[in-house]
Design a binder for this molecule. Structure first.
Ligand code: SF4
Ligand code: SF4
Length: 489
């Protein structure tokens, strides 16, 4: 059992979790509620789902030889397109930067508003909310659903259950289909899936994402947050005494109990033990037992309790978002106005500074990155060849990345070692300190290149070799350093 006690230092109830690691699932039937936080959740749901379902259908003209889908992760050709930005596999560090920004954003949101991400924007929360809405439309609100599940099976109930699961599967299939459309052109992938023309791989991933959406949002729901998600386990490291978390103001609500209309409020708390806060909770917990791992900070219990307080003529916010600091101040002041909120604290300032630094570096790099790159691989077998005239030859595989949508002509030159001559296999005559090479639009051109160095210029067993690739028309140059190997002296 969980022990609940009032922690005087924190002014709120905290729950000591001495319970077993696993418990049988008690089915949760969240009740519909209205209020400001419910409206905020609807707004977040509409915006996020609209972005998810609509984004793959937006177009962006990149010229005749490139896909025109605005957001596309083209796995076959190894490109990620985001409107005007095109990321090549060699530039995967941009995706790393985006992940870092997202992580820091969640850290910042958590240190300011607790589990705001979990309660409003996490995909599990958003799709569970959508599935719950569908369930309510078909099976009714909490009371009706509980009655139906307890009643012996009747044809009417079975029809509703069947309709609900069918509707869930449709939503899950649309979600799975749209997910595929982020990887294969939406105008090709979606009709192909519907008409049975898609590949086995596409159907496999479509089925996988349909099934996971159906199971996680329809069946598992709060179990994902409680047992599968690691975030609640380390979220406490993100919180401090100035983080807003959903708080039951026990000093104001206790002692709780039923209240008879027009009876005095003297000597008792404002909580009338109506359990509305529990009935609306999507994870089925009682926030009056204190801050709990299962609480996703959605604020629906705040809406439910505020409606009750309005009905019985007591002040709102018996349950509300509060920081530990202003909960203590409020308690000390007998429930009067809470202390000032401190948004700017070392950790929030640090998160913002890191986000600005990473975001700024990414933007700068995106704005000024070259549209060409060069990769050079030194051949290992043999490391070098001693030619009959005494000179030493090394072989390289040179890859030229043409990131433009036009055919480009480049100059490949050797800057080091001094005295080395370049020869490109298949481009005989292109010998000397440089060679002129072409690459097709949006492609990687591969060349076999030899560097030859007179023995007298070989000053060591290993010398730095520097290749320079220049696009004269655009005024861009990319350098790549490797080695030139020779025999031991
Ligand atoms: S909704 Fe408010 S009054 Fe009702 S049980 Fe919850 S805390 Fe008490
Ligand atoms: S306790 Fe309140 S804030 Fe926490 S999950 Fe339940 S309804 Fe949401």
């Amino acid at each position: 059992m969980d022990a609940v006690e009032i922690d005087d230092a924190r002014s709120v109830k905290v729950q000591r979790d001495d319970g077993p690691m696993y418990a049988s699932r008690v089915r949760v039937y969240p009740k519909a509620v209205s209020g400001q936080f419910r409206r905020l959740k609807w707004a977040a749901l509409i915006v996020l789902l609209s972005v998810y379902y609509v984004l793959p259908w937006l177009r962006w003209d990149r010229g005749p030889d490139a896909p025109d889908q605005a957001v596309l992760a083209d796995m076959v050709h190894g490109r990620f397109y985001f409107f005007w930005i095109e990321i090549w596999p060699q530039q995967v560090y941009y995706l790393t930067g985006l992940l870092l920004l997202a992580t820091l954003g969640v850290f910042l949101a958590s240190s300011i508003a607790g589990r705001a991400w979990c309660g409003y924007a996490c995909p599990q929360t958003v799709w569970t909310d959508l599935f719950l809405w569908v369930e309510r439309q078909i099976e009714g609100d909490r009371g009706a659903r509980i009655r139906r599940d307890k009643a012996p099976y009747r044809p009417g109930n079975l029809v509703r259950k069947f309709a609900k699961h069918a509707a869930w599967l449709v939503v899950a299939a649309v979600t799975g289909g749209v997910w595929i459309a982020y990887f294969v052109d939406a105008r090709v992938a979606v009709p192909a899936i519907v008409e049975g023309r898609a590949s086995t791989t596409v159907y496999f991933f479509f089925a996988l994402f349909t099934a996971t959406t159906y199971l996680l949002a329809g069946w598992a729901r709060e179990q994902v947050c409680t047992y599968m998600c690691p975030w609640p386990r380390f979220q406490s490291a993100m919180l401090d005494e100035d983080s807003f978390v959903v708080t039951y103001k026990a000093w104001r609500g206790e002692p709780r109990g039923r209240h008879v209309k027009d009876a005095s409020w003297e000597g008792r708390g404002d909580c009338i033990a109506c359990n509305q806060c529990v009935a609306v909770c999507p994870t089925g917990i009682d926030i009056r037992d204190g801050l709990q791992l299962q609480c996703i900070g959605c604020g629906l219990c705040v809406d439910a309790c505020n409606a009750v307080m309005a009905k019985i003529g007591r002040p709102p916010e018996l349950i509300g978002y509060a920081t530990e600091r202003n909960a203590q101040a409020s308690r000390a002041a007998g429930g009067a106005a809470p202390a000032r909120t401190r948004l700017f604290r070392p950790r929030t300032v640090l998160y913002v500074m890191l986000m600005v630094a990473i975001g700024g570096a990414m933007l700068w790099s995106l704005a000024f990155r070259a549209a060409l790159d060069i990769n050079v691989l030194h051949e290992r077998n043999p490391l070098f060849v001693a030619l009959s005239d005494g000179s030493v030859r090394n072989g390289y595989t040179v890859k030229i990345l043409n990131m433009t949508h036009d055919r480009r002509v480049y100059t490949l030159a050797v800057r080091s070692p001094a005295g080395a001559e370049i020869r490109v296999v298949g481009h005989e005559g292109a010998e000397g300190r440089s060679a002129v090479l072409a690459a097709e639009p949006d492609s990687v051109a591969t060349f076999r290149v030899y560097l030859t160095l007179p023995r007298a210029a070989l000053t060591g067993e290993s010398l730095p070799a520097i290749f320079a690739l220049t696009d004269g028309a655009r005024g861009e140059t990319a350098l790549r350093q490797t080695v030139f190997r020779g025999p031991a002296k």
